[in-house]
Write a protein that binds this ligand. Sequence first.
Ligand code: SAM
Length: 118
Amino acid sequence: MLFRSSQVHRSTLVGPEGNVIGVDMTPETLAKATAGAAEAGATNVEFREGLAEKLSVDDGWADMVISNGVINLCPDKQAAFREIYRVLKPGGKMQIGDIIVQTAVPPAAKEDIDLWTG
Ligand SMILES: C[S@@+](CC[C@H](N)C(=O)[O-])C[C@H]1O[C@@H](n2cnc3c(N)ncnc32)[C@H](O)[C@@H]1O
């Protein structure tokens, strides 16, 4: 998700003139997010289908990029981080909630699909 705001309020993440763009590659997730935004009465949110590695967002558009559970699924993580850097304004912030591994994953574990799909 990408946030742009001219004024960040304490009570809401983006101010009255702020905008949010939600990006995901699957129609199912976008449909769920769209329903959630409608339920919340959010009118300043737009959803776009696309890849984290190639965001359909202008350079320097966002004050903040938030990603939850996506980067670990990106085959090209460096491209995803390059895109975050590209769309952020200078001094913008990113917040990432994700899974990291701090030790090497053994080849047998990498090939065991059940370990990756939960
Ligand atoms: C664990 S879900 C998290 C969904 C959402 N961010 C949330 O917080 O509820 C992971 C999501 O990552 C999306 N995803 C995986 N790889 C992606 C990529 N390369 N670009 C965009 N979305 C991706 C999947 O479609 C899925 O909706």
